[in-house]
Ligand binder design. Sequence first.
Ligand code: PLP
Length: 395
Amino acid sequence: MLKPNMNYGNLKESYLFYGISQKINEFLEKNPGEKLLRMGIGDVSLPLCEEVIKALHTAVDDQSERARFHGYMPECGAPFLRNTIAAHYNKRGVAVTENEVFISSGASDELGDILDLFDRSSSALVIEPAYPAYVDANVMAGRRILHISSGEENGFLPEPDKNVCADIIYICSPNNPTGAVYDRSGLKKWVDFANESGSVIIFDAAYEAFIEDDSLPRSIFEISEAKTCAIEICSLSKTAGFTGTRLGYTVIPEDLTRSGMNLNGMWVRNRTTKTNGVSYIIQKGGAAVFTAEGQKQIKASIAYYKENAKIIMRALDKLGITYFGGRNAPYVWMKCPFGMTSWEFFDCMLNNIKIVGTPGSGFGSCGEGFFRFSSFGTREDTAEAASRMLTFLKQ
Ligand code: PLP
């Protein structure tokens, strides 16, 4: 009799998103037609920029002509895009070669797939509160998971702890959900820790484009000696509105080896077996993000979301409510007022002022008492939500 992967039985129900949709449904049953301000979404509200749309149209036309048609694409990514992304790093003074860049269909796919590089007996360290996919992908593989809690006391940026060491270390900076960003010295401590212990850091840089403070690292490879201990996973989802178009990239240094195995070479082997490459059309659209005009246009969209974050932060400032993130990240992580739990505050916002956010406790127990606002909504909804909060919470 076939034995399925029994580790799936150890997955926890996605209580967070299931719980949120249950509560929204109940509310709408009681209040039919009521408009909710959805401030919890991690999806973008602005369309792709013009430069990307132009490139996508041209690529579609390429596929209609025999001379310009593209069939299977190289498994690790089209050279034009790998080159462009390496050059984008180099322009910022980060030494990355074309062979170190792998094109993916997005960070989620890659966060799961990349675990093929590691033995199932290896352990994983997750800094909480955390994006739930890190835990779930490792539970599916049957790995042992260790947790480090973070909180207000360390600004949600904990330092490594010799007593809590694992083979795979997840670092998300700017962080989802807390919006906290490691500075160079904070990240260097993790790099040194990983090099000393032989661990590998999976650096989730999905929100790097939101960093506006130049002193903060946008890539782990800005930190010396990171090339012998880190893999960087990036996404165009929030950077350029590719949530539904799907494109990301991963950097695996050629210097990254463990137990005599080269992880870059292993990933080439993995990709040439497990994918036939990302769509030519989408890769062409992705390349347009890195042109001068593309960069100008995506920065305008990011500025729009940042203004949304400012609107939320201004309201919280006026209310005297403590929060983290928002400045170098698209998420504002606020402390629930009046000692409310995350779910109590969720109910309070939904039932009184029809705002939906994300309860912090859904990202790990140390997120209890916090609430996440996303800045990816429309300006109108964000401004209306801020105004309702100001009026309601002042009382
Ligand atoms: N990593 C983090 C921290 C995220 O918040 C998300 C999406 O919200 C992803 C990865 C997934 O990104 P993608 O759309 O590229 O799959």
